[in-house]
Design a protein around this ligand. Structure first.
Ligand code: PGA
Length: 245
């Protein structure tokens, strides 16, 4: 019922030469049976949008326009060819002090111009060890997601902070527990139709060698992949694993 999604987050990586990886990926997957989304840095967005894959950005400002030096609005992203935008990534929450209320405003701005908001959430290691994971996720879900969510304009990404870029991955049971919890909360808040339709991605050290087992977990509808999305040789087997999951 939910179409699976392999999303790549290039973060602050990639000069023009990096677009060759997109070409290689397109050759390897001329007609993928899952959705494939790449989120390059904004400097490459318009060029990447010329290719065959859906393209997303990594952040947006909550306002449409105005005196916000250095910021980019959701409308500008859309105008450059983006179809989605990541909001609330833990690196933005940490590096830029973004709390759930600003994440929610960014998600709303994205949805208002027709972008899909990929809203990220996740616990720190301290929070997990204190057994606060579900409380933290519950709070971030309630605070970061706008009320007008639909199965088309929202994707949720569960990304434990301690798993991002570390090579550490939660157990399949831990991933399953959080994904089931997110699904139940989405259904409770938005009703069964929307709640069952929103895709919930796992992110944090997804690699070619662990993708298949992660995709076997119920309520995992795909992945948000950082490091392993930079090279077609790494991202391609992850897409293939999702196709066969
Ligand atoms: P990683 O990053 O795959 O490099 O761990 C995931 C993310 O931050 O989205």
């Amino acid at each position: 019922m939910r179409r699976k999604l392999a999303a790549g987050n290039w973060k602050m990586n990639g000069l023009k030469s990096q677009l060759a990886e997109l070409e290689a990926l397109a050759k390897a997957h001329p007609a993928p049976s899952v959705d494939v989304l790449l989120c390059p840095p904004v400097t490459l967005l318009a060029a990447a949008a010329q290719g065959p894959f859906c393209i997303g950005a990594q952040d947006c400002h909550p306002n449409d326009a105005g005196a916000h030096t250095g910021d980019i609005s959701a409308q500008m992203l859309r105008d450059s060819g983006a179809e989605a935008v990541i909001v609330g990534h833990s690196e933005r929450r940490e590096d830029h002090g973004e709390h759930s209320d600003i994440v929610r405003a960014k998600a709303r701005a994205a949805q208002a111009v027709g972008l899909t908001a990929i809203v990220c959430m996740g616990e720190s290691l301290v929070q997990r060890e204190a057994q606060n994971t579900l409380d933290i996720i519950g709070g971030q879900l309630a605070g970061s997601i706008p009320d007008n969510a639909t199965a088309e304009n929202l994707v949720v990404a569960y990304e434990p902070i301690w798993a991002i870029g570390t090579g550490l991955v939660p157990s399949l049971a831990q991933i399953g527990e959080v994904h089931d919890f997110i699904r139940a909360r989405l259904e409770r808040r938005f009703g069964a139709g929307v709640g069952r339709g929103v895709r919930v991605l796992y992110g944090g050290s997804v690699k070619p060698d662990n993708a298949s087992e992660i995709f076997s977990v119920p309520n995992v509808d795909g992945a948000l992949v950082g490091g392993a999305s930079l090279k077609a040789a790494d991202f391609s087997p992850i897409i293939s694993a999702l196709e066969t999951s």
